[in-house]
Design a binder for this molecule. Structure first.
Ligand code: HEM
Length: 438
């Protein structure tokens, strides 16, 4: 069948395959620059927030402090913005990750709707008309591929489906730069089309149009407009509401994992469950003791903490038992464990020895950093380096107890680090040694 709407030059291309490669295959009367532009504007509002919170999430690991902390060692000048992560406000990392993960989920229906709205372009024929057209398609490949890659890897990570061909952190970090650069170029190039589409139909005017009065846009407005539109079964307003409702459902089923309290029960999509198991140590963990490979024999009566120092004054480490730690001045701080995956335990009451007191005991007054090592062997975060600000904060603890009882094995018994506003994985569990910098 001939495609009546094809321009003559295009019709001359011999082997146009049937089906989606013919423009008349695409029949939705709502497809066109208006819907694509509105969905694009929503993404333009959300994606930069994802980009900035994502970059901040990387900065929160303090990669500049030590290669031990760096999840993306080959970043080069892409790390130009890094800074020493603060300990206050205490909710900083919780809000950053909550926004990053929740917004990422909420934008999925909008991204899918946007991709649906431009689907005919995927089947453009001929696929490559000229070098310029090839370049344009390459930029769209980076945009769509980058977008799908970022959303997919992010969701796989929070669902703990670690099947990446490399480090999730590096893949997601580089992917973010590619996607954001492609999006910036796309938004700039399409800006005149967005203005035109919104001026022609008006934003609010079109939102008042119901299904019965929904009309296709003029055929010459864009390649996306169907030359053979079917009768409308949904208005543009309805299409936006459908995508928006999907976003609201995802918001309602996920945000509780970051906010906590009674809302935790609503987070049906949370991989760590909705409720605390009850009891003082019943709040979430990422890695259990069994998963970490730490054996009960290592955390019993024979456990010792080694406090060392680097540099010429290093000397022999100070060795402490748990009883000796409990005999030191104890401090209590209400802090949350905030996971890179967006969930938070909510504030818990931790009691233990201040890190700065341990530094003094090791002979290091105001050390520039401390290397904390876990009994756990292997694993990306079994060793971390904390900054001077993190060591000196009065609420930074080597916690021995939580909510009035000894730490449970899964929460890091005999001793774990807890530092305000730091990523959960920097709150090392089953601590074996701390070496203060000079
Ligand atoms: C996740 C982000 C986005 C993806 C994956 C995406 C993808 C696409 C694709 C594949 C096309 C078809 C190719 C073309 O017509 O050039 C397109 C078209 C378009 N996009 Fe986007 N886009 C995104 C964000 C945006 C943003 C932020 C805006 C504007 C602020 C926007 C506005 C437009 C417009 C106006 C068109 C042209 C529609 C037409 O042909 O009439 N897009 N987009």
């Amino acid at each position: 069948m001939k495609d009546a709407a094809e321009p003559r030059a295009r019709r001359a291309v011999p082997a146009r395959p049937p089906g989606p490669f013919r423009r008349s295959f695409w029949r939705s009367p709502v497809r066109g620059p208006w819907l694509t532009s509105v969905l694009g504007l929503v993404l333009l509002g959300g994606v930069p927030v994802l980009f900035v919170t994502g970059l901040l999430s990387y900065a929160a690991y303090d990669p500049g402090l030590s290669p031990v902390n760096d999840t993306t060692t080959g970043k080069g000048w892409l790390g130009f913005y890094l800074f020493s992560w603060p300990t206050h406000p205490e909710w900083l990392y919780r809000v950053n990750q909550g926004v990053h993960v929740t917004l990422g989920l909420v934008l999925v229906p909008i991204l899918l709707a946007k991709l649906w709205s431009v689907l005919p372009r995927l089947f453009e024929w001929p696929p490559l008309r000229s070098p310029a057209h090839a370049l344009e398609r390459l930029s769209l490949f980076l945009l769509v591929g980058g977008g799908v890659f970022e959303f997919a890897t992010g969701i796989m990570n929070i669902q703990q489906w670690y099947v990446f061909p490399g480090s999730f952190y590096s893949l997601h970090f580089y992917g973010a730069w590619v996607f954001t650069a492609a999006l910036a170029a796309h938004a700039a190039l399409k800006f005149p089309a967005v203005i035109r589409a919104l001026r022609d139909r008006g934003l609010l005017r079109e939102l008042r149009v119901g299904t019965a009065r929904t009309e296709p846009e003029p055929l010459d407005a864009s390649y996306l407009v169907s030359p053979a539109p079917a009768a409308p079964t949904i208005s543009r307003r309805g299409a936006l509401a459908f995508a928006g409702a999907g976003s609201l459902v995802l918001l309602a089923l996920s945000v509780g994992q970051s906010i906590g309290g009674p809302l935790r029960r609503t987070a049906l999509l949370a991989p760590h469950g909705q409720a605390d198991d009850g009891g003082p140590g019943g709040f979430q963990v990422n890695v259990t003791m069994a998963e970490s490979g730490v054996r009960a024999g290592q955390t019993g009566a024979s456990w010792r903490l080694a406090l060392g120092r680097t540099g010429p004054a290093a000397g022999n480490p100070v060795i402490l038992t748990r009883a000796e730690l409990l005999a030191m001045p104890q401090h209590t701080a209400r802090l949350a464990i905030n996971c890179v995956e967006g969930w938070s335990t909510g504030d818990q009451e931790w009691t233990g020895v201040r890190l700065r007191d341990l530094a003094r005991l090791a002979g290091a007054d105001q050390p520039p950093s401390v290397l904390v090592e876990s009994l756990q062997r292997g694993g990306a975060f079994s060793r971390v380096v904390l900054s001077a600000g993190q060591v000196s904060d009065p609420d930074s603890l080597l916690a021995l107890r939580v909510n009035g009882t000894d730490l449970s094995p899964d929460h890091g018994y005999p001793a774990r680090v807890i530092v305000p506003a730091s990523p959960g994985v920097h709150n090392t569990k089953w601590v074996a040694a701390m070496t203060f910098g000079s």
